[in-house]
Ligand binder design. Sequence first.
Ligand code: AMP
Length: 214
Amino acid sequence: MTILIGAPGSGKGTIAQKVQAALGVKHVSTGAILRAAVSNGTEAGKQAQGYIDRGELVPDAAMANLIGELLDQQPRGAHLLLDGYPRTIAQAELLVGITDKYGIDNVRVVCIELSEDVILKRLGGRRSCPQCGASFHVTTYAPKVEGICDHCGAKLVARPDDQPETIRHRLEIYEEKTAPLIDWYRSRGQLVCVDAQEGSAAVARKIIAMLSAD
Ligand code: AMP
């Protein structure tokens, strides 16, 4: 299992898509799963929607059910690439219990580092596919046809939680709740940090090289 940790807009989703395409690992984005639950109107989606719209974290207890069910559905031995989970120390502690239960002992954590001004520019131009979850950027990672998803042809949208006020709130929450995970994993000897200034493709190449060397 590989866990990606990084602020909103650091490129986790794009990087994970590239690593999945290159290595066939399974990209699991809790944000994409929650957005799908919201658009399908499920009970979990209804509970999560307010938190997502406000740029806050869905409570750990609700996330525990979601991640437990999700990991139960994965084929044994699949290499999972977690994007967006864990996001709190409590989630990381729960994940230790889950990986122990499944006998997953090779857990690597990649921390994606990017300055806040670059993050703000990226999120402002981000366009996402409401159908398959792929993300693009109006200038740096434009789709082949403007406004249309390369993968499934759906019309791209700016995520409601990518509005400027919500972006700032998400970054504050990242600093308060998620950034402490970096030291938590470092102290367990599981952390590798990658500078994302050169762009998502370069980060993906580094991760692909890392995982291929295993
Ligand atoms: P993301 O696509 O990873 O930026 O996630 C979008 C939103 O989904 C977040 O701002 C949270 O509201 C929610 N979310 C995703 N993953 C988690 C998680 N592990 N814990 C709590 N909330 C989450």
